[in-house]
Write a protein that binds this ligand. Sequence first.
Ligand SMILES: NC(=O)c1ccc[n+]([C@@H]2O[C@H](COP(=O)([O-])OP(=O)(O)OC[C@H]3O[C@@H](n4cnc5c(N)ncnc54)[C@H](O)[C@@H]3O)[C@@H](O)[C@H]2O)c1
Length: 367
Amino acid sequence: MINLGIIGCGSVMQGPYMEIINKYIFKKIVNLKSVSDSNIDFLPVLNKKFYFENFYKDYKKILQDNSIDVVLILTSMNAHSRIAKEALLSGKHVLVEKPMATNMKELNELMKIAKSSKKILIPAPFVILSPTYQAIDQELKKNNIGKVSLARARYGWAGPNWGEWYYKTGGGPLFDLGVYNITTLTGLLGPVKSIYAKSSLSSKYRKINKKNLKVKTDDNFQIILTFKSGCIGTVTTGFTMQQYNSPAIELYGSQGTIQMLGDDWEPKGYEIWRNSKSSWELYKTPYANWPWTSGFTHLIESLLKKTKPLIKLDHVFHINEIMIKIYESSKKNSEIKINSTFKSLKFQKKIKTKKSYLDHDRSHDGL
Ligand SMILES: NC(=O)c1ccc[n+]([C@@H]2O[C@H](COP(=O)([O-])OP(=O)(O)OC[C@H]3O[C@@H](n4cnc5c(N)ncnc54)[C@H](O)[C@@H]3O)[C@@H](O)[C@H]2O)c1
């Protein structure tokens, strides 16, 4: 049995993460030993919803417990890197929500510790684990749309009305939402050599937790990524988008086009145009219930099967460097070079795509 500790028991813990964790508890693979939140007002709610042995206000108590194998860090973003570092040094396997770090100093420190640790660090987001992402990756590797020259990605919404930290330095839609698009584009197209970004604040005040809050970080971003391959990509993200019906990801190649439908954290499938066929083909996702929390499944499976995770730290470092430099680019109004790089991601499993008329026959997440 794997003993689990969770640090940060807010919106994502109580909803999407516990949904997936409960399946492992039911199968007696995981035991939720301890949870921690600095806000003790949550305790009655947590007690009503979930079974766990200990609740701590101070997360260090979880790290000091030698019987705990895996720690999930689901706190506000500024706390991620500090707690992740301490958890690795305490000998825990770690899943940390995005972003891994919000400044270069903390990013470098965490990376150094993670690289010398024998424990697994899996940072969110987990978009590269989605079957739709991997099916698109296969299309690109088979050269089905030729050389990709242009790419577009978008993810946004009106923004949270909880969590004041979302609107302070180290919060904002880039670290919260744009991170998914940057992970998808770099995963599919390889490393970025430079970025240029514009960001702005749409409104000085927001109503958060029913109070008027002064916003301290930009909520509106247009970003240009220049890839080492020569491809030019854009990412549009903000707490300024009420709705959309456009593809999440668009890839324009010399022989065709691929569009990922839905959002990259919840893909609905993809469309591919090939000049050789002179028509569109629509592939709805064969795994309609793929959850964006699947990094948890991946971590547990990696531990049980003793396999290396598909999420590679060099890739995550690259994504975090890009995001931190986007703020710099917007402030200086200049193009910024990206120093880090990563090896192309490899997937063993062949994804079987089904044409949409077979879509009723869905596979669930295998649990
Ligand atoms: N809400 C979403 O839809 C969503 C989706 C995907 C990922 N995420 C990510 O999940 C993380 C949490 O988001 P959320 O919406 O659940 O936020 P939230 O504000 O609802 O919850 C965060 C919790 O962490 C606690 N916390 C902060 N610092 C702590 C510390 N040092 N020790 C113990 N507890 C601490 C807070 O008290 C709070 O209850 C963020 O990184 C966010 O980017 C959120």
